[in-house]
Design a binder for this molecule. Structure first.
Ligand code: ATP
Ligand code: MG
Length: 255
């Protein structure tokens, strides 16, 4: 049986999608059978995961609405061991309310992640910001969760809130381990990065914060703009090495 790993954060724009895409690619490169699932109706995974230019744009919203079969929405990528389920047609819609309501009320997401767990080594789930009903549903069906924390001043104010929220959910799912916070966009020359890192390491238990950090690197945003995981596009860049090392640490924790 595989593991479902959720990438979750209270705040938006902290590097969740970048983390989910690159961990998924790094797991697949280790030869782990990997599925990346985008449950964020914004659908950003589609632009960064390295699909063919003419790929289908259907995804989880089309499966959940009953318009498509599971087989139709599992798409191949450039990596043989990596498949992806995009957000789907919902990402083109101006209003995501119907999608959110279905996610909240139906058990399809839990069933899908349960099935994915049986058929893959790891299923990585990219989520929308916040701890809304969709993210709660994901966490209820996950075994692992990591929380990217962007190294910027506001991080200090929001961290306790994020951890409380996640710990509440962890308490409702015996199988779920909070693997910890991962500092993202870390820049050793920036005062804010050093303050955030120092603060979380002083105030949180040691096992709640990964020692490794994801550095800020132009290669990360350039790869996203070019439609590819940075671990594939610029494997020698420090940001890629950090994601590969994070994947190695996480893989060692999977049962
Ligand atoms: N390590 C990094 N170095 C430089 N830029 C980065 C890094 N990680 C992410 N970025 C950039 O920061 C922006 C936000 O990243 P990303 O989309 O991964 O965040 P997110 O948490 O998924 O956002 P949202 O909450 O909107 O889904 C993107 O432009 C991305 O390219
Ligand atoms: Mg995102």
């Amino acid at each position: 049986m595989g593991n479902v790993l959720a990438v979750v954060s209270q705040k938006g724009g902290v590097g969740k999608t970048t983390t989910a895409v690159n961990l998924a690619a790094a797991f697949a490169r280790r030869g782990m059978k990997t599925l990346l699932v985008d449950v964020d109706p914004q659908g950003a995974v589609r632009y960064g995961v390295g699909l063919r230019a003419d790929h289908a744009t259907v995804g989880i919203s089309d499966y959940i609405s009953g318009a498509k079969s599971l087989r139709d929405v599992i798409l191949p990528t450039a990596l043989p061991w990596l498949r992806v389920i995009l957000a789907g047609t919902v990402s083109a819609a101006a209003n995501h309310l119907a999608y959110q309501r279905t996610m909240e009320e139906s058990s399809v997401l839990a069933e899908l992640l349960g099935m994915a767990r049986q058929r893959t080594d790891v299923t990585v789930v990219d989520t929308p910001p916040g701890l809304g009903p969709t993210v709660e549903r994901v966490l209820a069906a996950s075994q692992h969760v990591i929380v990217p924390l962007q190294c910027e001043p506001l991080a200090l104010q929001t961290t306790p809130q994020i951890l409380r929220g996640i710990q509440d959910v962890v308490a409702t799912n015996d199988e779920l381990t909070l693997d910890g916070l991962v500092l993202t966009m870390y820049d050793p020359t920036s005062e804010a990065s050093l303050r955030v890192s120092d603060y979380v390491r002083r105030h949180l238990p040691r096992n709640m914060v990964f020692d490794l950090v994801i550095p800020r690197s132009a290669a990360a945003s350039e790869a996203f703009a070019a439609g590819q995981p940075v671990v594939l596009r610029s494997p020698a860049d420090p940001v890629s090495q950090a994601y590969v090392n994070l994947a190695t640490e996480l893989a060692a924790r999977f049962s």
